[in-house]
Design a protein around this ligand. Structure first.
Ligand code: XMP
Length: 435
């Protein structure tokens, strides 16, 4: 077994950053909760341990297994603010906020000089290990995947089709709330791969159910429930399929309590699947990967760059970018405006491009002039943000010339928009999405 650095989490914000930093140095890292027993940790045969967190987030940390610090491996305490860990002997190396400017340098020194890790962990190895594992687990039987066209489910499909060509069925429920041409692009990419691709055109069903509902949470709920219903109906038509694949990634597991015994949070999002479907086993081949690693693997598996590096897009799609109720007409207006916004911002060099950018159709109408007539049409907003992690963001100061070009194009190419405004809210207090 190659090197393993454990990130022992006493709560707080640094665990994922630390694990990613270690992996970027080509050493495998895993996050474990502070309450894991010394015996379990010993069985994992770590090369070294990094402990991180603060007392506020781990008030019970004093109860952690005192054997933890007698494992005989080097320990680095990273920004361990006030956690009452037991006395640790002399093999602990402490780093606090005043020294963490060069995080990579500190970690590098720790894992290579103190832990004597050899390095060499590569994503290619992850692919080959998973391919073997998927083949072994599924043993020639079929696998079903709910493909949304998002990065995770797309990479999951690509990995599975490499491992078990012809044995994967991808069910793509097209809820009609996607961006311009997106459904067709997904079909184009996956219908060429060695898998069975089924696209369900359910736009009428979803828009029908959403009719008259303006409340954002109600809209999300309707979409989530309808997704389950459609998926269930279609999966039943396929007969018995023993395995269900999911594009769960490592942060999903870490953020919902971890793979080491805590409860897994259920995501109240589109893509949540029915619980009463009769699968023998769930297959989650991306569950050891961070998002940046998922993207890299996607490219290695030959998925197009635009799909792998796409911006986040909410599960309920354009429904949460239309204020008020959702209609086909509003979807059409927003889709066209959004395509213009993305087309214009895509022209910027990558270093100047915002991290997420889109159009929002407000439920406010205002007076406008078209030819000799006064009109009374909706106000359209442009949102563009710069962010590291999508948890906080600043609005992107787009040059006025470019804002003007988008506004002119939207007003001239789309009949039913009266005016265009630019959202200059940061997060907090504003979220990235409007609903
Ligand atoms: P907010 O709006 O909370 O969004 O600042 C943060 C990031 O999450 C995305 N987002 C969602 N993604 N389902 C998703 O899959 C959702 O319901 C959802 N709501 C927000 C959002 O686009 C942004 O990148």
């Amino acid at each position: 077994m190659s090197d393993l650095i454990l990130i022992m989490d006493f709560g707080g914000l640094h665990k994922e950053l630390l694990a990613r930093t270690v992996r970027d140095l080509q050493v495998y890292a895993e996050i474990i909760p502070w309450h894991l027993s010394a015996d379990k940790i010993r069985a994992m045969k770590p090369t070294g341990i990094i402990i991180t967190g603060n007392q506020e987030n781990a008030p019970d940390a004093v109860k952690c297994d005192p054997g933890l610090f007698e494992l005989g491996v080097p320990v680095l305490a990273y920004n361990l603010a006030g956690v009452p860990v037991p006395s640790t002997g002399n093999n602990i190396h402490t780093v606090d906020m005043t020294q963490t400017k060069d995080l990579q340098g500190i970690i590098k020194d720790f894992i290579f000089n103190e832990c004597h890790a050899k390095g060499g962990y590569k994503l290619e190895d992850y692919i080959s290990t998973q391919v073997e594992l998927i083949r072994e687990t599924t043993a020639g039987r079929n696998v079903l995947l709910a493909l949304s066209g998002g990065v995770d489910s797309s990479v999951c499909a690509a990995l599975l089709s490499k491992a078990i060509p012809g044995k994967l069925t991808c069910l793509f429920v097209d809820h009609g709330l996607m961006r311009q041409d997106e459904g067709d692009q997904i079909e184009e990419i996956f219908s060429k791969r060695d898998l069975k691709f089924i696209r369900i055109d359910a736009a009428e069903r979803f828009v029908g159910k959403l009719k008259g509902h303006a409340d954002p949470e109600t809209k999300r709920k309707i979409i989530g429930e309808e997704f389950i219903r459609v998926f269930e109906e279609e999966a039943k038509k396929l007969g018995k399929i023993p395995f269900l694949a999911q594009g769960t990634i490592y942060p999903d597991i870490v953020e919902s309590g971890g793979a080491h015994g805590a409860t897994i949070k259920s995501h109240h999002n589109v893509g949540g699947l029915p619980e009463n479907l009769d699968f023998e086993q769930i297959v989650e081949p991306l569950s050891g990967l961070f998002k940046n690693e998922v993207r890299k693997i996607g490219l290695m598996l030959g998925l197009p760059e635009y799909l792998v590096n796409r911006q986040p897009f909410p599960g309920p799609g354009l429904a949460v970018r239309i204020m008020g109720d959702v209609t086909f007409q509003k979807l059409n207006t927003l889709r066209r405006a959004d395509a213009i916004v993305r087309e214009e911002l895509d022209k910027l060099p990558e270093s100047e491009r915002p991290d997420q950018y889109f159009a929002v159709l407000t439920d406010t109408s205002s007076v406008g002039v078209k030819g000799n007539n006064r009109t009374h049409d909706p106000v359209l907003a442009i949102r563009a943000v710069t962010t590291q992690d999508f948890m906080t963001c600043s609005y992107t100061p787009i040059p006025h010339e470019l804002l003007n070009r988008m506004a002119v194009r939207i007003s001239s190419e789309i009949e039913d928009v009266s005016r265009v405004v630019y959202d200059i809210s940061s997060k907090p207090p504003g979220t990235i999405e409007w609903q």
